[in-house]
Ligand binder design. Sequence first.
Ligand code: NAD
Length: 337
Amino acid sequence: MIPGDGIGPELAEATRRVMDASGIAFEWEVVDAGEAMIAKHGTPLPDSVLESIKRNRVAIKGPITTPVGSGFRSVNVTLRQALGLYANLRPARSMKGLDTRYQDVDLVIVRENTEDLYAGIEHMVGRDAAESIKIITRAASERIARFAFEYAVANGRHKVTAVHKANIMKLSDGLFLESCRTIAADYEGRIEFEDRIVDNMCMQLVQKPELYDVMVLPNLYGDIVSDLCAGLVGGLGVAPGANIGTEAAVFEAVHGSAPKYAGMNRANPTALILSGALMLRHLGYPDAAERVEAALRGVVADGRHTTADMGGTAGTSQFADAIIERLAATTPAGATA
Ligand code: NAD
């Protein structure tokens, strides 16, 4: 577990308590990353953190602040690249009890996590111009497309939509789209495939989210469209995520460290707890994941112990307490290791 900074530590604590009440006996190894590490280790991401994740092959992480414009490179981006966590999975599902425009949204974003403009290759051209290089490769595009189709098959979904801007970026986004089409052919007759231009996709999602199912996107569009989808189901406070590679997986909320709420016992731990449920599934405990999700949904629907962003008056820890109370009623005796 990497608690992170800002609201991270309090959300991590709430999540840890809920995971411990899920019936699965966790043995937690807690390691720190972020700006506070620089004084001691000279880097916001000490090697010991990467080693811990490589050894355990799974981690859950609170958000980490990234200074804007200058300073160190995002720990989040570095982690994903250093560990080869090529797939960013971000489900967005409506929850009863939340005041949202739509009631039955059930979307899954599959975002390529390693390249695109996030490769971080930037330079100044003279003093008054800057250039960012967008990298799209066939290998990474086919790999993420296959992940999206495999996810669709494994989770009983029916359609994958590739999202791009290939009408303008004919080479880079063109290659992404072509790669998706290549992979889609392997699933013909099993999983439907279509593509949308990203601007049109945003409008369609806002107007008719029910038309879509699993979406696969390059890194930058994936980041932006997943926040849009989070907005459809109740905001950043409820949007979970997973970064998955062949050797390791790191589970984290879509939201950031919201520094203005740090230490106030006010932030919503839903996104990180749902990320914990994704982790339980990844670890092979779908029943425990189901129990956690059901308990959380129950507390949200009931509405008496929700946090301020959900319209309630409970703090982070009281919300977690209410989930744990519900879990106690459904968790079988004798935890599994
Ligand atoms: P943010 O997600 O931290 O916060 C935006 C707003 O959303 C907050 O002001 C708050 O109103 C709301 N919000 C977010 N999470 C919430 C929660 N759990 N409960 C209640 N309200 C919540 O985005 P930002 O302000 O753009 O970024 C702050 C810092 O976080 C930046 O340094 C950014 O780089 C970093 N960040 C980290 C990650 C990560 O660790 N994976 C992801 C995104 C941003």
